[in-house]
Design a protein. Structure first.
Length: 526
């Protein structure tokens, strides 16, 4: 039994994780990114039912790489650092394509004693993620229903084998990454740092540190999490990390390497701020969500605004959920009985780059839908209303065009209830909007290239860092209207911190050198 007395102020836990919509629009619907800016902590929720991407455990062939390097080499949609290491060698399990590349460490020394810990591992078995306590027995990885019961100050337990701890069975995941300790088991907090012999290591010292972890919900969704700490955030204890996973709906969870190793990449860019002054540490292992052969990347010029987007959708009046299908995204369509126009649904184009867009709408037609539902587009100080027949069965399961408009951040579409129909009652329906940008060149007319630099953190309050690995760049920052708002020197490789007094919104970081262009978006949120 572990007793720890901590006189620390209570950590503000993320009871409601906030979606990072600027990133989620760049990802498939099966992968969603959230944040708790107060800590800060970052969460990726991924549904493996989408077979166009897969979980992969990566081991560096050169002894180490930064996480953005792992992500770039695998075209990762999201990535986190792996387990423990020293001298470029992994001390934690790595298995890929059913082959164990590195087993979990088999023995650790504490004072005069040698312990044989059954440490944690996350693996994919038959397409489903799970967390286990494991040990390598003569080249075979065994999983046990409980860890070997090592205790600090007591004689070490016997070396695990096929019979001890009881109930062990061969474990053959297709992909796996090790670390420890276990944080949650069967939906209950179970921090097994003592049994996994982390005493004396500093990992269980009780203080708040940067953390990385991985979990699985009861529905099988995979959860990746980082918590920033030390100079860049509050950090978390192991118990608090377990609570954060519980707040995210985890059923099982485990800890990975933390401290300066804690890093998360989403969409090719570093999301969090590592503890090493923002600089990434070279690590030997990573876990990534990598696209497969059937993956179709989201169109960077396509923006979808759904009724589930907290940033961009709101309602006035008694709107209700529709039971009809098919709907877009994870939230069902919304209905409102026709009336005098006082009830309305509003889509606001938060963070939208200025441009010419084809506007399409998705609704679910039915015989009790309005014949002339009004969509009013507010664009550049003007209003344009398009009325559509939502009773037409021919509009089912497709994007329906509303027109082409010059749009920018802050413009909106309002759907009102002042409509007519033949049924009693008659309803107007909203589900989602799609904007497809037609003028796709960059701020100065050049075709943007794939970014070769990192911007973090994003979102931020105006203070962020640009990290470059090559010399000779000239840096510029544009707002969503394409206006130059800041020029900075990025001629030398390294870290380029910025502290700017700019309003909230979407900005474009653009680096230029010898006719080459690299750019990446950053969100400022005050």
């Amino acid at each position: 039994m572990r007793f720890v007395l901590l006189l620390l102020p209570s950590l503000v836990l993320a009871q409601t994780w906030t979606p990072i919509d600027s990133l989620n629009r760049q990802l498939p619907a099966s992968i969603t990114v959230f944040e708790d800016a107060s800590i800060p902590a970052y969460l990726v929720r991924a549904n493996p039912a989408d077979t166009t991407w897969s979980v992969r455990a990566l081991l560096s062939a050169t002894g180490g790489d930064v996480l953005t390097g792992f992500a770039e080499s695998s075209n990762a949609l999201a990535a986190i650092n792996g387990g423990y290491f020293g001298g470029g060698s992994s001390f934690s399990l790595v298995a890929s394509e059913g082959v164990v590349l590195v087993p979990n460490i088999k023995a650790v020394t504490r004072g005069p004693d040698t312990y044989f810990p059954t440490r944690s591992a996350f693996g994919i078995v038959d397409g489903i993620g799970e967390v286990q306590w494991v040990y390598d027995v003569d080249g075979v990885t065994y999983a046990y229903p409980s860890p070997s019961p090592n205790r600090e100050g007591e004689a070490p337990q016997a070396q695990p084998d096929s019979l001890f701890p009881a109930g062990g069975v061969p474990w053959m995941p297709s992909e796996a990454i090790g670390g420890g300790p276990v944080l949650l088991r069967d939906g209950m907090k179970m921090v097994t740092d003592e049994a996994e012999v982390f005493f004396g290591s500093g990992i269980n010292a009780g203080g708040r540190e940067p953390r990385t972890g991985i979990g699985v919900t009861g529905a099988g969704e995979i959860l990746l999490m980082t918590v920033d700490g030390r100079s860049s955030g509050q950090g978390a204890t192991l118990d608090e990390l377990a609570d954060l996973f519980l707040s995210a709906g985890a059923f099982q969870a485990m800890n990975l390497d933390g401290g300066g190793s804690s890093t998360m990449v989403v969409g090719g860019g570093l999301l969090n701020r590592p503890a090493n002054g923002g600089r990434q540490r070279s690590i030997p292992t990573a876990l990534v969500l990598a696209p497969g052969d059937g993956f179709v990347p989201p169109d960077p010029n396509e923006f979808i605004f759904d009724t589930g987007d907290a940033c961009c959708y709101g309602e006035i009046g008694p709107w209700i959920e529709s039971a009809n299908t098919p709907f877009i995204g994870t939230t069902k369509a919304r209905l409102n009985e026709v009336g005098d126009g006082s009830d309305r649904a509003v889509f606001t184009f938060d963070g939208l780059p200025a441009g010419t867009y084809q506007l399409d709408a998705w609704w679910i037609p039915s015989s009790n839908r309005a014949l002339d539902t009004p969509y009013t587009v507010h664009h550049g100080g003007q209003e344009t209303t398009i009325r559509v027949d939502q009773s037409d069965a021919g509009t089912l399961g497709q994007w329906n065009p509303l027109g082409t408009f010059e749009l920018a951040a802050g413009d909106s579409v309002v759907v009102r209830d002042d409509a007519l129909g033949t049924a009693d009652p008659t309803f107007v329906c909203v589900d989602a909007l799609r904007l497809t940008r037609l003028n796709t060149t960059s701020a100065e007319g050049e075709t943007p290239r794939r970014p070769r630099f990192a911007v973090y953190p994003t979102p931020n309050a105006g203070r962020f860092t640009i990290e470059t690995t090559e010399p000779g760049w000239s840096g510029r920052l544009y707002d969503a209207l394409g206006r130059l708002v800041h020029h900075f020197d990025a001629a030398r490789p390294g870290l380029h911190p910025l502290d700017l007094d700019l309003p909230s919104g979407l900005y474009l970081v653009r680096l230029e050198h010898a006719g080459e262009v690299a750019q990446q978006t950053v969100v400022i949120r005050r």
